[in-house]
Design a protein around this ligand. Structure first.
Ligand SMILES: [Co+2]
Length: 238
């Protein structure tokens, strides 16, 4: 595949498992923003089963008072307000502050609540993994598109593609190479599979020559892809 494997078709999410509650769910709302639940007009006769089921379930849960349409909109707005810039700040802090890094690796959600004021209590468990000279972690969701949206925002299209989801677990080294990431043959690659109950964030290796950098400058080296593990952090330019 090229750097960005072809995007998935709409039916990719038919198997989707939602976590409990409305938080951090994975199915694709309108990624362009706007009104994700615009009335279905009949311009297109084709509606995938997953769309029909989602609407039916959502309407039922609203009708039963489990949550309101406004709750859903609020959660969508929150998710869409999150971008990889937040993840980059978190990684930069972890590089810079050994105590925070240890707390983050030990139990991510309380560490993030304390250091960044993030309320992740009702979101899926988050595990932070650290890339080292010995081990490189790569994140995927083999089932659908589970992703730490509360930290990184909306996942890229390739992350949700069937090609990425299936190939990265079988031949991670080859997939990484297609992203331009060449790892030494002796480095172990661990692929972790996200689920409705567990999300992952990768701390990439800190680039050499940045020992005296402050957090803001370090954050500029942390890309979205490096926090998924398909890339390394940007090397310091001389
Ligand atoms: Co998933």
């Amino acid at each position: 595949m090229s750097e960005h494997p072809h995007p998935h078709g709409g039916a990719d999410h038919a198997d989707h498992r939602h976590g409990p509650g409305a938080d951090d769910h994975d199915h694709d709302h309108d990624e362009k923003g706007g009104h994700p639940h615009a009335a279905i007009d009949d311009d297109s006769a084709y509606r995938p089963e997953s769309i029909v089921l989602e609407q039916a379930l959502r309407e039922l849960l609203i009708e039963q008072g489990v949550f309101s349409a406004a709750d859903i909109q609020r959660q969508i707005d929150l998710t869409e307000s999150r971008t990889p810039a937040l993840g980059a700040q978190i990684v930069a802090r972890a590089w810079h502050d050994a105590a925070f890094r240890a707390a983050l690796l030990h139990e991510a959600r309380p560490a993030l609540a304390a250091a960044f004021g993030l309320d992740l209590a009702n979101t899926p468990e988050l595990t932070v993994l650290e890339n080292t000279p010995q081990v490189h972690h790569v994140v995927c969701c083999t089932l659908c598109s589970c992703y730490p949206r509360n930290i990184l925002g909306i996942p890229p299209a390739w992350y949700k593609s069937r090609e990425y989801r299936s190939r990265v677990v079988i031949e991670p080294r080859a997939v990484l190479r297609e992203f331009g990431t060449e790892l030494p043959p002796e480095r172990e690659i661990r692929v972790v599979d996200s689920t409705a109950d567990m999300r992952y964030l990768v701390i990439p290796q800190r680039p050499a020559g940045t020992d005296d950098w402050d957090e803001a400058r370090l954050a500029g080296l942390v890309t979205r892809d490096s926090m998924i593990g398909v890339a390394q952090a940007i090397a310091r330019s001389e």
